[in-house]
Write a protein that binds this ligand. Structure first.
Ligand code: SF4
Length: 342
């Protein structure tokens, strides 16, 4: 069993704003997860589910309102300065919007040189240039001389995303938090970015937290790792990727799966999409009582409005649903209708 790199223990984060109303949004609500050294965790959910906020908590950009974030077993809040700096180097965030994340008036070389010099990983200008060239080669920007002196606007979306990955690698991280890294890249280039992430994981043992709304790319990257499904700030289903996708139990995950397009029209025509009670997610400022999914859930019963379900089950497959054991297993071609179940 691998050692734990990042552990979240009952982590919550509340944003409050405005006066005197003090509007509160609980973006992350009681999340417990573990990312092992060299592991891959795909965090999946729709917009507003809190997955980006959770990624920023893992990267140390936000502090939890409640609960603890541990790095190699040490609480971030109790760390001395040296260990905290080690953690900040070890965990690197790669943003969705590579264009916004790169300084438009800096060349690729200058963007990548800065962290090397800041962390004293390069002593001289020549050393820095050699290291940056090696990093560009590592992320597939070859020959590096073609890219060193280019500005972000002179690169394609896929090349900018590779530069961001190279910048993350400058400080020899142990975990990359990749927040929708392929959502703004041409479909034809997505696979190559995902392959690069997989290669960094396999060759260098870098753990990946892959944040996405796209189950297909999550499957490509994290098939041997873990899958966590997030809804309105809570993890509703979690376990090994194969076990969770092989036997999806939570109605929200079943609905996500039923929305994945099937390229073969003959199969697509026979599919039975799962119909939710409501299409739009609730206002996160006023999350529903009990199970937060109950206004949309086709299986909801009175208890669902009253009591929040706990995330329960064996470590390889936990589900937060009062009726997880009774809801029919889901498959696109044999999905039982919720009305039959009731
Ligand atoms: Fe649906 Fe109830 Fe399960 Fe929530 S607890 S997912 S409302 S059946």
């Amino acid at each position: 069993m691998r050692n734990s790199l990042i552990t979240l223990e009952d982590v919550s984060l509340v944003f409050a704003r405005g006066w005197p109303s003090r509007e509160r949004v609980e973006a992350v609500a009681g999340v417990s997860l573990n990312i092992p050294e060299g592991g891959i965790l795909a965090l999946v959910g729709e917009t507003g589910s809190g997955k980006t906020t959770l990624g920023k908590l893992v990267a140390g950009l936000y502090r939890p309102t409640r609960g603890r974030v541990l790095f190699r077993g040490q609480d971030l809040r109790a760390m001395d300065r040296r260990t905290f700096l080690e953690y900040r180097r070890a965990v690197q965030l790669v943003h969705q919007d590579a264009f916004a994340a790169l300084n438009p008036v800096r060349t690729v070389y200058h963007s990548l040189k800065a962290p090397l010099l800041h962390h004293r990983l390069a002593r001289t200008e020549r050393d820095a240039r050699e290291q940056v060239a090696a990093l560009l080669t590592q992320v597939g920007l070859t020959p590096p001389e073609l890219f060193l002196d280019k500005y972000p606007h002179q690169l394609s979306g896929g090349q900018r995303q590779r530069v961001l990955l190279a910048r993350a690698l400058t400080v020899q991280p142990r975990l990359i938090v990749a927040d929708e890294p392929v959502s703004m890249v041409d479909v034809s280039l997505r696979l190559s970015i995902l392959q690069l992430l997989r290669e960094l994981n396999r060759r260098l043992g870098i753990a990946i937290l892959y944040i996405t709304h796209d189950l297909a790319t999550a499957r490509y990257l994290a098939e041997d790792g873990q899958l966590a499904v997030m809804y309105l700030g809570k993890i509703v289903e979690h376990g090994t990727f194969r076990e969770v996708l092989g036997n999806p139990r939570h109605p929200y995950l079943q609905a996500l799966l039923s929305a994945v397009p099937i390229p073969d029209p003959r199969i697509a025509r026979s599919m039975r999409p799962m119909t939710l009670q409501e299409i739009d997610p609730p206002d996160p400022r006023r999350p529903p009582s009990g199970c937060r999914f109950h206004p949309r859930c086709p299986y909801a019963r009175p208890i669902c409005r009253e009591i929040p379900p706990a995330l329960e089950g064996p470590a390889d497959h936990r589900v937060a649903c009062h009726f997880a054991a009774e809801i029919p297993p889901w498959h696109p071609l044999s999905a039982a209708s919720p009305s039959q179940w009731a």
